[in-house]
Each structure stands twice: as C-alpha cells, then as structure tokens.
Design a protein around this ligand. Sequence first.
Ligand code: HEM
Length: 473
Amino acid sequence: MSSSDLPVREIPGSYGIPFFTPIANRLEYFYADGGRDQYFKSRVEKYQSTVFRANMPPGPFVASDPKCIIVLDAKSFPILFDVSKVEKKNVFTGTYVPSTQLTGGYRVLAYLDPSEPRHAQLKNLLFYLLKSSSSRVIPKFQETYTELFTSLEADLKTNGKAKFNDVGEQAAFRFLGRAYFQVNPETTKLGKSAPTLITAWVLFSLSPQISLGLPWFLEDPIIHFFQLPPILIKSSYQKLYDYFLPVSAPYLLYAATLGIPADEAVHNILYAVCFNTFGGIKIQFPNTLKWLARAGSDLHVKLAKEIRTIIKTVGFGSVTTAAIELMPLMKSVVYEVLRIDPPVPLQFGKAKVDLTIESHDAQFNVKKGEMIFGYQPFATKDPKIFDRPEEFIPDRFVGDGANLLKYVAWSNGPETEATSVDNKTCAGKDFVVLITRLFVIEFFRRYDTFTADSVDSELGATVTITSLTKATS
Ligand code: HEM
C-alpha cells in the first residue's frame, strides 16, 4: 500500500481529567509494573495504534501541559527530525524547561531551534572544537583507556571482581580533557571530582523526567512535583565553570569571530562536554560492555580476530581511521548497541504547522502547536523493520544489513545522514560512533574474552567485570 492510500484515522486516546489524570499517569509511568515500556505498550494494545494521545510525565506542577501525541514506530518517529515541521525550541527535556540558572543564565544550544540565529553560531563553535581536537582522539583514547584497563585488572586481581562504572566515568572525563583541551582535569583543582559534580548537576535538569528507584511516596513529591532549586547546585556548577574557563581559551577567539561572547561560549562548551558528551558516554560505554558480555565468547573471539588482523594488515600495527572502516563486525556491533539501547530515549518536538503523521497502518492529522513525543527504543525495535527486534544480533548491519542503518536514530537523526547547522542531529554524532568503536577495539586488542554481570537502570547499566582473559595472539 502506498503511503497516500493509508486511511486517515482520528488520533486515538485521551488526556483524562486535568491535574488528576496526569498525576495518576505519572505514577503509572514511573512506578507500576513494567514501568515506562508498559505505559506505552499497554496503550498500543488498547488503541491498536502506534500513534495515540497520552499524557507525558512530569505533569503538575513542573509542566503545565503534559498532553502529547505519542509516536512509537519507525515510520512515524522521523517526523521529529523534520525541523521544517516541528519546532525544537525548549523541548530538549520534554514538556518542561529547566531553569537557565543551571546554565549560567543562557539558553544553551540543546534548547535552541535551528530557526534561532544563535543555533548555527553555537553549533559551528562545537564543530570547530571537534575538528580542532580530532587528531588527538585516537592517541588520547588509547592512553586513557590503557590506564582504565590496567586499573580494572588490578581491582579484579585484588577483589575477584571489578566495578566498571565509577572508574569508567573518571576515564571518560580524563579522556575528554586530554582530547578536547590538552589538559588532564585530574591535575587541576577539580581533581577526581568532576563525575560527581556533573551527575548531581544533571540531576537538577532531569529529575522530573527520571526515577532514582526510591519508593514512590518519597521520590515523587521531591523530584516530580517541583524542580529542584538551582541554588542548591550553584557551587558545584561554579567549580566546573572554573575549570572550563581557562581550558576553553583556545576556542574563545573563534567564538568571538562567530559573534558569541566569551561567557556564553564557555557555558555552552561546559554543557556540551559535561551534559551531552560525558552524560552520553556514562550511559553508552556500560551499555556496550553489557551487550558484549551477554553475547558471550564466540562473539569476542570473532571481534578480536577481525580487529587484530585489520590493525596488522591495514594499519601496520596502529589503529587508523582507514583500518577502523574495514572492520564490518565491530562496526555492526556498535550500531546494534545504539539501536537496541539508545542512550537518550525520549525525543520531543512541537508541530510548527498543521501536519500529517504516518504510521505503518494509518495517517493522522496534527494541529499546529501540538506536542509530539517519540519513545525511541520502540522505533528502533519496530518489528515491521527489524527481524527479531528484541535480540542483540551482532552482525545485523553487516553487508546488506547496512540498508537498515537509516532506522538507527540514537543521534536524533537517521544514522545515514550528517549532522549540520540546519538540523537538530547530535553535534557529536561522528565522534560518538568513533569513540564507541575505539572502546570495542582497544578492549579486544587487549582481551580475548571476558565475563561481566550487569543491572539495567534508567541512566545506563551498572556493570561488574568478573573475568578478563588477556590476549593470547
Ligand atoms: C554518547 C554520547 C552522546 C549521545 C547519546 C548524544 C545524544 C544526543 C541526542 C539524542 C540529541 C538530540 C536531543 C533532542 O533534541 O531531542 C543530541 C543533541 C546534541 N548533542 Fe549529542 N549526544 C552525545 C554526545 C555528544 C557530543 C560528543 C557532543 C559534542 C561535543 C554533543 C553535542 C550535542 C549538541 C550540541 C546537541 C544539540 C544539537 C542541536 O542543537 O542542533 N553530543 N545528542
């Protein structure tokens, strides 16, 4: 059936009684059996539709209007990438906007629509930062992650197991300092405090949107009814700012040529490094390890062989960008992790004009001003697109499988399309894919196989390594 033949259907679903239903929905979403996934799944079944109306948390009192049109399949989800039709102004965290006091008084880039002139200026500044540091990414990654693996091995030897997350976060921030700013942050006044400072600060923006796993009667009144007062996190943020001000200096001259005042540039660089990059890696690397561990030693042996052979024959012993491109299984594994476990699962956009959304079964008319919300894990596990969607299939994207990459959307855009100043695709799209590849490469250069236990949580898996088998070839 061609899309124009699809029947026009009224969007099913309702928002219930103002104030009361949104709160009941919030409790269901965060605390009922099956949580968020079940919140959406039960409604897909009830309405027999992957597009419907429902309230999205937090609702009262943080967000005055929780009403959303929910899109949950691979065909309707990309409406959120079309910035000619949806507005991405102030929707980064959804139906509420965190105080700008958390970001130095500025609306930082993630909250800007491409129609706002500052969007292109700030995105260009980040492209410049990424380009200027590109030659340092591979060597600084290798230096830092060798330190990490050495410390994990020591921990494993002493304690019989090694917790990955805390040391992994220290390594991530150290790597970012070395690659972006040529500074090891641990040698500055920050010491090893950055991961804790950042995690606390991020919580002030995201608390209405997440659960910390506490009992509902304690958690809901504190973090979902009101936003946490920014004043409580001011001194932590100031410590981060005091680090970023001097290290950002090489980028401020360029910022001035773009018309961005130095102070605004520093707050944006801080946000991109701490919230976007560090916050993303904090989720993405443990998730990668989790799926690799679950896949087992057969996959590990194949990855080690592919990675080591290509480094030897194409890179002449070194990891080069050309060599990385010739590792199909490793590349597919990274995309499969990003497909099955997109690190940032919630995307929002407000209809800029009256528009039509198409699912696989029907078309739906949306009015200008209505909020559209997409739950990405359902779109990237759409059974009409992906065979065995709930399974981690390491070679899913090898060969003809590459045709499915257009449905991998972790960056807020199809994996086959580039980020630019004209869209809202993650500015660090290529960087993220590169460093996740480097993580897998460096791991399997060093180890033949490993085992690990993992526990899922909203902000990435918690991973404990239980064995590491050193490379024998
Ligand atoms: C694993 C790491 C990362 C993940 C999972 C991630 C994910 C995302 C997602 C989903 C969005 C779109 C949010 C939305 O509008 O709904 C986004 C936007 C953005 N990301 Fe990333 N990101 C990561 C790393 C980075 C890095 C390394 C940078 C740059 C240094 C970066 C900079 C940005 C910026 C600036 C935006 C807003 C883009 C715009 O306004 O056009 N991110 N990211």
